[in-house]
Design a binder for this molecule. Structure first.
Ligand code: AMP
Length: 170
């Protein structure tokens, strides 16, 4: 299936100069959405994944169905101030300013094999910080998976050798 047909380019969103990859046409097509989940699940079915971490907010849309299909636990990685219980947080640098990502401190168990999922990797800062938190809590990042990679930003380099898998590259 040509998934590119279901990704809409929106120029200058959320700010001038950004070409936003809008996944809502894909989410609105059950066959395309299922196809994406079906690309991930068999890849991880025999790899003993204990937990899938999904990154707020579009990462949740892919991470949760994959976790259910793998019969793995699901944990949300969220922006600061959103998770109600005790958290661990990591900040990372953006072109202008910083961002922070948080996990519940009981969101990863010691020794768990973890799959980290987001919709898109751009600079890689969000995924790298999430992986650092997973490892800080004693988890082992089995792989990082995204629907889309913006290759010109070289975000996968920031993952520092952690295995990375993507379905689409732009
Ligand atoms: P980064 O930390 O730079 O890899 O940014 C990744 C996060 O920002 C992901 O959660 C994406 O959903 C979002 N993001 C960054 N750039 C884009 C883009 N061009 N289109 C859609 N989402 C984006």
């Amino acid at each position: 299936m040509d998934l590119c047909r279901y990704i809409r380019d929106v120029p200058d969103f959320p700010q001038p100069g950004i070409l936003f990859k809008d996944i809502t046409p894909l989410l609105a097509d059950p066959a395309a959405f299922r196809y994406v989940i079906d690309q991930f699940v068999p890849r991880y079915a025999a790899r003993g994944i204990d937990r899938v971490v999904g990154i707020e907010s579009r990462g949740f849309l892919f991470a949760a169905p994959v976790a259910l299909a793998l019969q793995a636990k699901f944990s949300p990685a969220r922006k600061p101030g959103k998770l109600p219980y005790k958290t661990v947080e990591e900040s990372y640098t953006l072109e202008y300013g910083t961002n922070t990502i948080a996990l519940h401190e009981d969101g990863i168990g010691r020794g768990e094999k973890v799959l980290v999922v987001d919709d898109l990797i751009a600079t890689g800062g969000t995924l790298a910080a999430t992986c650092n938190l997973v490892e800080h809590l004693g988890g082992q990042v089995e792989e990082v998976a995204t629907l889309i990679e913006l290759t010109f930003l070289k975000g996968r380099d920031l993952l520092a050798g952690r295995p990375f898998f993507t379905l689409l590259q732009f």
